[in-house]
Ligand binder design. Structure first.
Ligand code: ADP
Ligand code: ZN
Length: 598
């Protein structure tokens, strides 16, 4: 462990391990297997990188996304680690050189894609090479129950069979208990020590608001809070990503679309601009993001509702990996609920599978509609407890107003019933409000006892009532008849007057209290900050790597705060190891001294 400590300090430039990194590292150094569950940004990489450096031989990292291997390898080479990757983007002679280095024992870390392990050539190559450990990144991909299933991951049991002596460490950020058990069985990890770090991401501010005019709401959010920041905006459809990104460009934002239907080259260009340039916004379907290793994403916005709490947590988790303040901002409305419920009912798959999906969507809707702390609910979903409300989510910052919706709910249920459970929400609201549409007259709905009994509430308020009834499962959406609302068994006590219901009072816009300007500490010397950033950008451009591979924002901010004037003082700053100190230190000191004595 002493050696591990030295590497943490000298190579990576960090002061101390974040528990349970130390325990994990010790386990693997001593040859034990480990299963690691840690939130995104928790620091999983060091858990295998350091043991790979301490143990003899090369650490082999299995990772599903080849797009980021280059990046990880760049970052490791920056701190002086002998790292390489093998994937389909290389030509024959490049991969031969890497293979030769592996066999010769010249590599500390090697990243490979899971499908490589299906090749007997690769396996025999590994057999002939000194191996320190196997790290299985994004281990939840082995789970058929989860959302990122990859058939190639099933093959990874060969590691245990072919290399019984070599420690394996499986890592993931998403795992409910079921996924975790599946990882253990499929990867033969029953002997592994399990490390489950807290799931909390305290620097992320969770906000979920009502959707009324998505584009304008988004624009206001970006203008008021993220004028210059990098971020990700998630939408459900490909077309929408293109539409929104074009629209944002028209408003002066550097926004780019990303979805599986884009030309491969364009897609990778957009991804690399997101990584390399500053302040780029990616508007994406869920095709974007797994394993995107960009620490300074300041916001993740959802314009459509994710299907599960797991997806929501994983997607929002891409914000603020550097630990600085970040926003997870979402808007949703009744149409989202109806659309998702229909999509699920119409998907193929067994009844059991559909029920499981509905169940998970219900949990997501529950999160949207709660009136208590969002973070407490989120964490309890993952089996974690937060003893007190967090103070950093919308419901904490601005307690939600509720009202006794019993009477309104009864009217809503009864109008759905009286009209034969065949109509969508708009028509039902028209009937309640005594509308005079041709549909009403054609169906004789103006003769119903519920006609016009709901004039006290406006259209938006009724829509809010229906949304909450659907979200809570009192009403369901009929897939056979587009959007028709049907009564569920659970609404009986409510109709009989045996139960009351508290509803959220939706507010139209999030107030100033919830807003965060996440960019910079207020007392920072902006000129010095800009000068340091320019210096960083020059180094990054020269080497063709993203700026944060040179130094993180946090490291530059610490320079602004402590104004070091020697290499020794610079070395104290977090994120500066020996190699970066020697390589970049003099240039950054020069910038600081020029700033002080112009
Ligand atoms: P994960 O893979 O879990 O999402 P990373 O391994 O990318 O997270 O780590 C997230 C960030 O935290 C990185 O910038 C990393 O350098 C930093 N980090 C990790 N461990 C430590 C530590 N012990 N001290 C300081 N920073 C750390
Ligand atoms: Zn809270």
């Amino acid at each position: 462990m002493k050696r591990a400590q030295q590497i943490l300090h000298n190579t990576f430039g960090y002061e101390a391990f974040r528990p349970p990194q130390d325990e994990i590292i010790e386990t693997v150094i001593n040859g034990g297997d480990a299963l690691v569950l840690m939130p995104t940004g928790g620091g999983k990489s060091l858990c295998y990188q350091i043991p790979a450096l301490v143990r003899a031989g090369c650490g082999v990292v299995i990772s599903p996304l080849i797009a980021l291997m280059q990046n990880q390898v760049d970052a490791l080479q920056q701190v002086g680690v002998k790292a390489a990757y093998l994937n389909s983007t290389q030509n024959f002679s490049e991969s031969q050189a890497v293979e030769a280095a592996l066999v010769a024992g010249e590599l500390d870390l090697l990243y490979i894609a899971p499908e490589r392990l299906n090749q007997s050539r690769m396996l025999s190559l590994l057999q002939r090479s000194p191996i320190a450990l196997f790290a299985i990144d994004e281990a939840h991909c082995v789970s058929q129950w989860g959302h990122d299933f990859r058939a190639d991951y099933l093959q990874l049991s060969v590691l245990h069979e072919g290399f019984p002596e070599i420690p394996r460490i499986a890592l993931t950020a998403t795992a409910d208990e079921r996924t975790r058990n599946e990882i253990i069985t499929r990867l033969d990890l029953s002997e592994a020590r399990q490390f489950i770090a807290g799931f909390d991401r305290p620097n992320i501010r969770y906000r979920i608001a009502l959707k009324h005019n998505a584009k304008q709401q988004l624009l206001r959010f970006l203008k008021e809070e993220h004028d210059q920041d990098a971020g990700i905006i998630y939408c459900l459809s490909r077309r929408k990503t293109e539409d929104i990104s074009a629209w944002l460009q028209g408003h002066g934002f550097n926004a780019l679309p990303y979805h599986a239907g884009l030309d491969v080259e364009l897609r990778s260009e957009h991804q690399s601009r997101f990584l390399r340039e500053e302040g780029v916004i990616i508007v994406a379907t869920i095709a974007f993001g797994m394993g995107i290793d960009k620490p300074d994403v300041r916001f993740v916005a959802h314009l459509d509702l994710p299907k599960t709490v797991e997806s929501y947590y994983q997607e929002t988790g891409r914000a603020g990996r550097d630990g600085d303040a970040a926003n997870a901002w979402m808007i949703y409305g009744l149409q989202d609920v109806i659309k998702l419920r229909q999509m699920m009912a119409g998907s193929d798959g067994s009844e059991e599978h559909k029920r499981a999906e509905q169940h998970r969507l219900n949990a997501m809707l529950g999160l949207c509609e709660i009136t208590s702390c969002r973070r407490q609910t989120l964490l309890s979903y993952f089996g974690d407890t937060l003893p007190a409300p967090c103070g950093n989510c919308d419901t904490c910052l601005e307690p939600v107003d509720t009202w006794d919706g019993t009477e309104a709910a009864r009217m809503a249920l009864s109008v759905a019933y009286r009209t034969g459970q065949r109509f969508g929400v708009n028509h039902l609201i028209d009937v309640l409000r005594g509308g005079e549409t041709s549909k009403i007259f054609a169906c004789d709905h103006h003769k119903l006892p519920t006609y016009g009994i709901g004039k006290a509430l406006d259209k938006n308020q009724w829509s809010s009532v229906f949304r909450q009834l659907v979200a809570r499962g009192y009403l369901s959406v009929d897939m056979e008849r587009f959007g028709a609302l049907r009564l569920e068994e659970t609404c009986r006590p409510l109709l009989r007057g045996e139960q009351t219901i508290e509803l959220r009072r939706d507010s139209k816009r999030s107030s100033a209290k919830q807003q965060t300007k996440t960019s910079l500490p207020v007392d920072i010397d902006v000129e010095l900050w800009e000068a340091l950033r320019n210096c960083r950008r020059e180094f990054a451009d020269d080497q063709g790597v993203p700026p944060y591979v040179v130094f993180h924002d946090r490291t530059l901010q610490e320079m602004c705060a402590s104004i070091p004037n020697s290499l020794d003082e610079l070395a104290e700053i977090s994120g500066i190891g020996e190699r970066k100190l020697n390589k970049y230190g003099p240039a950054f000191l020069e910038v600081i001294s020029r700033h002080l004595n112009p």
